[in-house]
Write a protein that binds this ligand. Sequence first.
Ligand code: PBG
Length: 331
Amino acid sequence: MTASYPATRLRRPRATSWSRALHRENQLSPADLIWPLFVTEGHGVEEPVGSLPGVSRWSLDGIAKQAKAAVELGIPCLALFPNTQADRRSDDGAEALNPDNLMCRATKAIRDACGDSIGILTDVALDPYTAHGQDGLLDDSGYVLNDATVDILVRQSLNQAEAGADIIAPSDMMDGRIGAIREALEQGLHHNVQIMAYAAKYASAFYGPFRDAVGSSGLLKADKSNYQMDPANSEEALREVALDLAEGADSVMVKPGLPYLDIVRRVKERFEVPVFAYQVSGEYAMIEAAAAAGAGNREALVMETLMAFKRAGCSGILTYHAPLASRILHG
Ligand code: PBG
């Protein structure tokens, strides 16, 4: 006799809200979020970034206020990016080594305002400081030199650590930079300064609004595909992660986020280390545009995408939606 009912009803646990909560496999909390912030010169300055609706560049006083708000919201970490003034940019990006540059002053302003109640992640790469907008030093043909760039990135990292950075996050994709930076941090007695490696960072079309925010989009003459990864590759991402871990990375990042969740999952399963993803500026802009066009509910889109990162295996997510998501999670 054939049963007239399904042996298993997967809809049964979905029937009520309490039961859905009980069966939920993943949780999202404000403690999973890292909030990227853009810093600019001046006082009392808030400059909206046109291509990132709802995101602004803040002068130091504003950055300190945003940091305090993040602490209130339970966001554990900020990621800082400077909009370096044009007259401080140069071909060699030397401003990155200035102990009094915008990044260092922002780090100190946040530390003064918040003490150790929030982590400060600083991005290591030369693009916010170079006159050509590339992440490293160029040879005469415009090729980004690897080893000469690593030497500068090491000094940039030490400069940021001296200013009080908690996590150094190299986003440049030069070979060998994690080992060189780790070595220099140890020698400089910064044993507890972490390295979060942008290990699998792709040459992506989703970075456009970020380049507007740091002021490098107008300067760039070529793409970054001779150092950032080919979006077609995933075996190569595993090699990148393996190298960065062997060189001393504490955690690794996949970037962009949503289009690369398969990479997050592969990295998590293979290495069982803390994996972070960066929901980048173009992803943020896409969600905002969809919501503005009435193609979806903004809050629901944000929360669904952030949960997708957790489901894929992320320990945490860098997202411009961090304050919105935290407010939603606090109810
Ligand atoms: C540059 C850097 C980029 C981002 C973070 N660090 C852009 C790039 O590689 O050109 C992108 C972040 C975003 O789009 O939100 N070193």
